[in-house]
Design a protein around this ligand. Sequence first.
Ligand SMILES: [Zn+2]
Ligand SMILES: [Zn+2]
Length: 307
Amino acid sequence: MEIFFLGTGAGLPAKLRNVTSIALTLLEERGAIWLFDVGEATQHQILHTNLKPRRIEKIFITHLHGDHIYGLPGLLSSRSFQGGESEVTVYGPKGIREFINISLSISQTFLKYPLKIVEVEEGIIFEDSGWIVEARLLEHGIPSYGYRVIEKDRPGVLLADKLAAAGVKPGPIYKKIKNGEAICLEDGRILNPNDFLGQPKKGRIVTILGDTRYCDNAVYLAKDADLLVHEATFAKGEENLAFEYYHSTTSQAAKIALRAKVKQLCITHISARYDRLAWRDLVAEAKEIFVNTDISEDFKVVPIPSK
Ligand SMILES: [Zn+2]
Ligand SMILES: [Zn+2]
């Protein structure tokens, strides 16, 4: 489980930072890649990585500003020619369906795989046996969502040696114990599944937010997260500017991380007005408030280790 930054700039492409796209790689966990936003030329960025477009299973769009969606039609189209046959689901604010359908139909693009589009509202937008994704609105002038990705806790590994030692032969019973069921053996003994399972594996939480002012929903979504990805379009001291343009400063992102008690913060959506040298200052001023802060760069990988 890793975050792979494909684009980390604000507003328009710059030499050092392309516009926003973030891949959450869940290759070991579910053989999938989830994308968050698809700024222009995201597919070009992917060409410089080992990420396979056919692995993209879900795409979460935070909001409909061009720097977050102009790469979407091209990426969806190319995936057909890159071995993509499995279904893709795109989640995004109201309007994303029209944007995709019009782009694909006017350009006479026919996908070779099923495409599902879900226009989200606040709440749980996806859940299966292993994962939950929750969305909440942020403050950005137009609807902008933040996404909280929750990996469910998983039962511990089956202690087969211990079962064998207790005289239980491999068979359907093993599966029942793995699923946490108590078992009554033929000889009358009752097996408590917890005695034959290792420590449950705690799931991880990753929070990826769209563009936003400093707001309480950011804290809600990031609560106790292992990693928070928060925009920081402006430097500390530019709070008025940030407010006026519905963005955040480095110190505001750090304050959210502190309030939400996250483990790690990575700031992104960095304006082109800041050069390489200034990036160091941006991190430093965020660290004054939240120590475990890092700054994104295009092609940077941030691992989210299991607990
Ligand atoms: Zn933006
Ligand atoms: Zn925006």
